[in-house]
Design a protein. Structure first.
Length: 54
């Protein structure tokens, strides 16, 4: 049986913090105002190609 990879403590903490920041919500509960704000938003320029998909 293969052992799982080990992760340095600092990296583990960073990953755990990112996972805590993940959120999901029911889009049906959004107000029209929030939907408009989200649809008008742009991502960081590193992800510019994704704006074309939206």
């Amino acid at each position: 049986m293969q052992k799982p990879p080990t992760v340095p403590a600092a990296k583990y903490v960073a990953i755990a913090c990112l996972q805590d920041q993940k959120r999901s919500f029911a889009t049906a509960e959004l107000s029209d105002e929030k939907i408009e704000i989200i649809s008008a938003s742009k991502m960081d320029c590193r992800h510019k190609y994704l704006d074309q998909i939206m």
